[in-house]
Design a protein around this ligand. Structure first.
Ligand code: K1U
Ligand code: ZN
Length: 184
Protein backbone atom coordinates (compact mmCIF):
# COMPACT_ATOMS: atom_id res chain seq x y z
CA UNK A 1 0.00 0.00 0.00
CA UNK A 2 1.28 3.45 -0.86
CA UNK A 3 -0.19 6.60 0.61
CA UNK A 4 0.43 9.66 -1.55
CA UNK A 5 0.89 13.22 -0.31
CA UNK A 6 -2.20 15.39 -0.80
CA UNK A 7 -1.69 18.82 -2.37
CA UNK A 8 -3.50 21.66 -0.65
CA UNK A 9 -4.94 25.02 -1.69
CA UNK A 10 -2.24 27.20 -3.24
CA UNK A 11 -0.52 24.39 -5.13
CA UNK A 12 -0.89 25.34 -8.82
CA UNK A 13 -1.57 21.70 -9.77
CA UNK A 14 -5.07 22.06 -8.30
CA UNK A 15 -5.88 24.75 -10.89
CA UNK A 16 -4.44 22.96 -13.93
CA UNK A 17 -6.67 21.38 -16.57
CA UNK A 18 -6.07 17.61 -16.63
CA UNK A 19 -5.08 15.55 -19.67
CA UNK A 20 -7.35 12.74 -20.91
CA UNK A 21 -5.90 9.25 -20.52
CA UNK A 22 -5.27 7.62 -23.91
CA UNK A 23 -5.06 4.07 -22.61
CA UNK A 24 -5.77 2.52 -19.23
CA UNK A 25 -2.37 0.95 -18.62
CA UNK A 26 -0.89 -0.77 -15.58
CA UNK A 27 0.65 2.59 -14.66
CA UNK A 28 -2.84 4.13 -14.52
CA UNK A 29 -4.13 1.14 -12.52
CA UNK A 30 -1.30 1.65 -10.02
CA UNK A 31 -2.22 5.34 -9.74
CA UNK A 32 -5.86 4.33 -9.14
CA UNK A 33 -4.88 1.81 -6.42
CA UNK A 34 -2.69 4.40 -4.67
CA UNK A 35 -5.43 7.02 -4.91
CA UNK A 36 -7.91 4.62 -3.25
CA UNK A 37 -5.39 3.90 -0.47
CA UNK A 38 -4.82 7.64 0.01
CA UNK A 39 -8.54 8.45 -0.04
CA UNK A 40 -9.30 5.83 2.65
CA UNK A 41 -6.32 6.92 4.75
CA UNK A 42 -7.56 10.53 4.61
CA UNK A 43 -11.11 9.35 5.37
CA UNK A 44 -12.54 10.95 2.24
CA UNK A 45 -15.29 9.76 -0.07
CA UNK A 46 -13.50 10.87 -3.25
CA UNK A 47 -10.13 11.92 -4.62
CA UNK A 48 -9.00 13.34 -7.97
CA UNK A 49 -5.55 13.02 -9.56
CA UNK A 50 -4.55 16.72 -9.18
CA UNK A 51 -4.98 16.32 -5.43
CA UNK A 52 -2.01 13.93 -5.48
CA UNK A 53 -0.02 16.10 -7.88
CA UNK A 54 -0.96 14.25 -11.07
CA UNK A 55 -2.49 15.68 -14.23
CA UNK A 56 -4.22 12.59 -15.65
CA UNK A 57 -8.02 12.77 -15.91
CA UNK A 58 -8.63 10.18 -13.17
CA UNK A 59 -10.77 10.19 -10.03
CA UNK A 60 -11.81 7.63 -7.44
CA UNK A 61 -14.75 7.56 -5.05
CA UNK A 62 -16.46 5.37 -2.50
CA UNK A 63 -19.81 6.73 -1.44
CA UNK A 64 -21.79 4.51 0.90
CA UNK A 65 -20.15 1.39 -0.54
CA UNK A 66 -20.51 2.47 -4.19
CA UNK A 67 -16.86 2.35 -5.24
CA UNK A 68 -15.72 3.63 -8.62
CA UNK A 69 -12.55 4.57 -10.47
CA UNK A 70 -13.41 7.04 -13.22
CA UNK A 71 -11.04 7.62 -16.13
CA UNK A 72 -11.88 10.54 -18.46
CA UNK A 73 -15.28 11.11 -16.78
CA UNK A 74 -17.78 13.46 -18.39
CA UNK A 75 -21.23 14.47 -17.20
CA UNK A 76 -23.70 13.55 -19.95
CA UNK A 77 -26.93 14.57 -18.24
CA UNK A 78 -28.03 16.33 -15.10
CA UNK A 79 -31.28 17.20 -13.35
CA UNK A 80 -32.61 18.66 -10.13
CA UNK A 81 -30.83 20.81 -7.66
CA UNK A 82 -29.71 20.29 -4.12
CA UNK A 83 -27.79 22.39 -1.62
CA UNK A 84 -25.43 20.66 0.79
CA UNK A 85 -22.25 21.04 2.77
CA UNK A 86 -18.93 20.15 1.17
CA UNK A 87 -15.39 19.85 2.36
CA UNK A 88 -12.27 19.05 0.42
CA UNK A 89 -9.25 16.94 1.30
CA UNK A 90 -7.16 19.72 -0.29
CA UNK A 91 -8.68 22.42 1.96
CA UNK A 92 -8.79 20.73 5.35
CA UNK A 93 -11.11 22.12 8.03
CA UNK A 94 -12.91 24.43 5.60
CA UNK A 95 -16.56 23.73 4.73
CA UNK A 96 -19.28 25.45 2.75
CA UNK A 97 -22.71 24.91 1.24
CA UNK A 98 -22.77 24.31 -2.51
CA UNK A 99 -25.74 23.90 -4.87
CA UNK A 100 -25.27 20.98 -7.25
CA UNK A 101 -27.41 18.89 -9.58
CA UNK A 102 -29.13 16.19 -7.54
CA UNK A 103 -28.86 13.54 -10.26
CA UNK A 104 -26.15 13.14 -12.87
CA UNK A 105 -25.20 10.64 -15.53
CA UNK A 106 -21.46 10.18 -15.98
CA UNK A 107 -19.70 8.48 -18.89
CA UNK A 108 -16.17 7.24 -18.19
CA UNK A 109 -13.74 4.40 -18.63
CA UNK A 110 -13.36 1.98 -15.74
CA UNK A 111 -10.12 0.41 -14.45
CA UNK A 112 -10.28 -2.17 -17.23
CA UNK A 113 -10.57 0.50 -19.91
CA UNK A 114 -14.23 -0.34 -20.61
CA UNK A 115 -16.72 2.45 -21.27
CA UNK A 116 -19.31 2.73 -18.51
CA UNK A 117 -22.27 5.00 -17.86
CA UNK A 118 -23.08 5.59 -14.21
CA UNK A 119 -26.00 7.25 -12.48
CA UNK A 120 -25.36 9.26 -9.34
CA UNK A 121 -27.99 10.68 -7.03
CA UNK A 122 -27.75 12.66 -3.79
CA UNK A 123 -24.31 12.35 -2.14
CA UNK A 124 -22.88 10.24 -4.98
CA UNK A 125 -24.01 12.89 -7.51
CA UNK A 126 -22.41 15.59 -5.34
CA UNK A 127 -19.18 13.64 -5.06
CA UNK A 128 -19.06 12.97 -8.83
CA UNK A 129 -19.48 16.69 -9.56
CA UNK A 130 -16.90 17.66 -6.90
CA UNK A 131 -14.32 15.23 -8.36
CA UNK A 132 -14.99 16.15 -12.00
CA UNK A 133 -14.60 19.80 -10.99
CA UNK A 134 -11.14 18.93 -9.61
CA UNK A 135 -10.27 17.51 -13.05
CA UNK A 136 -11.26 20.89 -14.55
CA UNK A 137 -9.21 22.87 -12.01
CA UNK A 138 -12.26 23.96 -10.01
CA UNK A 139 -12.71 23.87 -6.24
CA UNK A 140 -15.87 23.99 -4.15
CA UNK A 141 -14.89 27.40 -2.72
CA UNK A 142 -15.30 28.85 -6.24
CA UNK A 143 -19.07 28.45 -5.80
CA UNK A 144 -19.33 30.27 -2.47
CA UNK A 145 -20.74 33.77 -2.23
CA UNK A 146 -18.11 36.50 -1.91
CA UNK A 147 -18.75 36.77 1.82
CA UNK A 148 -18.63 33.01 2.50
CA UNK A 149 -15.58 32.61 0.29
CA UNK A 150 -13.78 35.39 2.14
CA UNK A 151 -14.57 33.75 5.46
CA UNK A 152 -13.44 30.32 4.16
CA UNK A 153 -10.18 31.82 2.89
CA UNK A 154 -9.56 33.66 6.14
CA UNK A 155 -9.95 30.35 8.02
CA UNK A 156 -7.53 28.76 5.55
CA UNK A 157 -4.99 31.58 6.04
CA UNK A 158 -4.83 30.67 9.74
CA UNK A 159 -4.05 27.00 9.15
CA UNK A 160 -2.25 26.87 5.83
CA UNK A 161 1.20 26.99 7.46
CA UNK A 162 0.49 23.52 8.85
CA UNK A 163 1.03 22.36 5.23
CA UNK A 164 4.52 23.46 4.16
CA UNK A 165 5.12 23.40 0.39
CA UNK A 166 1.35 22.85 -0.08
CA UNK A 167 1.71 19.23 1.08
CA UNK A 168 -0.60 17.39 3.43
CA UNK A 169 0.95 14.20 4.82
CA UNK A 170 -1.66 11.57 5.49
CA UNK A 171 -1.17 8.97 8.20
CA UNK A 172 -1.44 5.26 7.38
CA UNK A 173 -4.90 3.92 6.63
CA UNK A 174 -7.42 3.71 9.43
CA UNK A 175 -10.29 2.16 7.53
CA UNK A 176 -11.12 0.88 4.09
CA UNK A 177 -13.38 -1.61 2.37
CA UNK A 178 -11.21 -4.69 2.94
CA UNK A 179 -10.36 -4.20 6.58
CA UNK A 180 -12.09 -5.95 9.40
CA UNK A 181 -12.68 -4.48 12.84
CA UNK A 182 -9.52 -4.36 14.96
CA UNK A 183 -7.18 -4.90 12.01
CA UNK A 184 -4.33 -2.43 11.79
O1 K1U B 1 -12.24 15.47 -3.44
C1 K1U B 1 -12.16 15.64 -2.23
O2 K1U B 1 -11.60 16.61 -1.76
C2 K1U B 1 -12.81 14.63 -1.32
C3 K1U B 1 -14.07 15.17 -0.66
C4 K1U B 1 -15.22 14.96 -1.62
C5 K1U B 1 -16.56 15.47 -1.26
C6 K1U B 1 -17.59 15.15 -2.07
C7 K1U B 1 -18.87 15.57 -1.77
C8 K1U B 1 -19.11 16.33 -0.67
C9 K1U B 1 -18.07 16.68 0.10
C10 K1U B 1 -16.80 16.26 -0.19
C11 K1U B 1 -14.27 14.50 0.68
O3 K1U B 1 -14.26 13.32 0.78
S1 K1U B 1 -14.47 15.51 2.04
C12 K1U B 1 -14.66 14.52 3.47
C13 K1U B 1 -15.71 13.50 3.60
O4 K1U B 1 -15.33 12.38 3.85
C14 K1U B 1 -17.18 13.62 3.53
C15 K1U B 1 -17.87 14.73 3.09
C16 K1U B 1 -19.25 14.77 3.01
C17 K1U B 1 -19.98 13.70 3.43
C18 K1U B 1 -19.32 12.60 3.89
C19 K1U B 1 -17.94 12.56 3.95
ZN1 ZN C 1 -11.96 18.24 -3.14
Amino acid sequence: MKILDIRVLGDPVLRKETTPVEQVTDEIRTLIAEMFDTMYAAEGIGLAAPQVGRTERVAVMDVEGQRFALVNPEITAREGSSRGEEGCLSIPEVFGDVTRSSRVMVRALNEKGEEVELEGTDLLARCMQHEIDHLDGKLFIDYLSMLKRRSALSKWEKIKDDYPNFIRKVAQEKKGPHHSEGEL
